[in-house]
Design a protein around this ligand. Sequence first.
Ligand code: ADP
Length: 279
Amino acid sequence: MRARDEHAAKHGPLRERLRVKPGSEVSLGHFDPSETYGREREPAELELAEGLVRLGELQDRLWAEARHAVLVILQGIDAAGKDGTIRHVMSAFNPMGCPVTSFKVPTDEERGHDYLWRVHRRTPAKGEIGIFNRSHYEDVLVVRVHELVPRETWSRRYDQINAWERTLVEEGTTIVKFFLAIDQDEQRQRLRDRVEDPTKRWKFRRADLDERALWDSYRRAFEDALGRCSTDWAPWYLVPSNRKWFRNLAVADILADVIDDLAPAYPPGEPGIEGLSIT
Ligand code: ADP
């Protein structure tokens, strides 16, 4: 039995374990971001290598078939590992079929539209796996924490987001949302590393410390986004991410299972070309 199947038999598939049940109250205070569900680093790294091969094969078929779009959303507090996840897990993919979009502070043009406009323009086409590094969830996270719009505006957005995501799903997009959870100690360590390591210093801004001071407000905003927007059609996965190897494994494993369910298949090719002799 492969390592992945052994663990699934003992602990249940990660997809089931980490999925936030629709309508549940999420309490991040009671969640352990160091959890690894019985896995250990070395075997997990082998398992990840196998998982990446599997993901690469699935993406090749998804791209060739061009029937389904897959939208992957990554959220998490600063230094939770959104960039690192993209670098590691998405290395399995042919970049041609895998557009990545990072959502920053909205530009003037973006601010001239509703908050879903800029994300809708970047949703993947059929055959693509589109990755969102941050997303429309910023509009119920940073926007809520900093009161950039009145409460009555952001509080309506949970239902709006659910309805919009449902539209995408009904029109052929599969949505997978990962919340990368780290704790305050892990964030402190990672921010310190950024300051100390000249190759990482460019990632650090003083404002990151102001955001860190708002930890509890962000926690509450994340809890509401996860609890209110994990739906049957677009579930959130709550990924313990203090250990990067587990985070990578979980994201790769869940994503592969989700794409596997779509059963992407190579198209047959033109009739009668199997025996064609090419001179
Ligand atoms: P990252 O941290 O993603 O690597 P940046 O350091 O440029 O990249 O951070 C992007 C910033 O943009 C974050 O502070 C994030 O909260 C902010 N941001 C993203 N979307 C919005 C939004 N809709 N409104 C306000 N700020 C936003």
